[in-house]
Ligand binder design. Structure first.
Ligand code: AP5
Ligand code: MG
Length: 191
């Protein structure tokens, strides 16, 4: 099984690019953000706990997302691998993922990082706010908080995965097809 991590700041284009990667490589796309929004929409206790944190631009507890991911690893069949989008997001989550994969005799195939500057993050998220209506896209201060959370808690994973020789980055600026072409070239090297 392949285990790809689609990495990058909020609004970098992870969800956008995941669609073709999922189809071209027969992967299960697992976005922890989408899974959490599903729990909120269904009104589950987990969703209720997560909503306040997400709406304020904070992360939900590590154990919550780790449990979601492991349960998918245990139940999803008939795919050639997983495309993790928005997970791991803290060093503790990255270590938990290593443990989960070790127990399965597997390891991370590669981290695919889509990188854009902070100013572009804001533009893209403000644009998406007019289309998708995500609560965490609606307020500038929440967007700022998500960017700050990314720099403080998630960016250290770049060095974590560089140290393991698993980190690969593409330029996320330019059009959606331009970024897709860069990702396709990278995937050809990884798979
Ligand atoms: P999550 O849903 O993962 O949000 P995020 O990381 O903030 O990322 P986004 O979904 O905002 O961005 P994206 O990279 O997918 O961009 P997209 O393709 O949509 O997480 C939400 C929240 O859940 C977190 O804040 C946290 O609270 C919680 N959470 C999730 N995972 C967690 C975890 N592991 N641990 C703890 N908490 C967790 O693109 C953005 C916009 O730009 C779109 O409108 C798109 O059409 C457009 N666009 C994309 N590419 C281009 C391009 N090349 N040119 C022009 N426009 C483009
Ligand atoms: Mg997304």
């Amino acid at each position: 099984m392949k285990y790809y991590i689609l990495f990058g700041p909020p609004g970098a284009g992870k969800g956008t690019q995941a669609t073709s990667l999922r189809e071209n490589y027969h992967l299960c796309h697992l976005s922890t953000g989408e899974l959490l929004r599903g729990e909120i929409a269904a009104g589950t206790p987990l969703g209720l706990e997560a909503k306040a944190l997400i709406d304020a631009g904070n992360l939900v507890p590590d154990a919550v997302v780790e449990g979601m991911i492991e349960s998918k690893f245990n139940t999803v069949k008939d795919v050639e691998g997983f495309l993790l989008d928005g997970f791991p997001r803290t060093t503790a989550q990255a270590e938990a993922l290593e443990g989960m994969l070790q127990r399965r005799g597997e390891k991370v195939t590669g981290v695919i990082s889509i990188m854009i500057p902070d100013a572009m993050i804001k533009d893209r998220i403000r644009h998406r706010a007019t289309i998708e209506g995500r609560a965490d896209d609606a307020k500038d201060e929440v967007i700022e908080k998500r960017i700050a959370t990314y720099h403080a808690k998630t960016e250290p994973l770049i060095d974590f995965y560089k140290a393991r020789g698993q980190y690969h980055e593409v330029d996320g600026t330019g059009t959606i097809p331009e970024v897709a072409a860069r990702l396709a070239a990278l995937m050809a090297k990884l798979s």
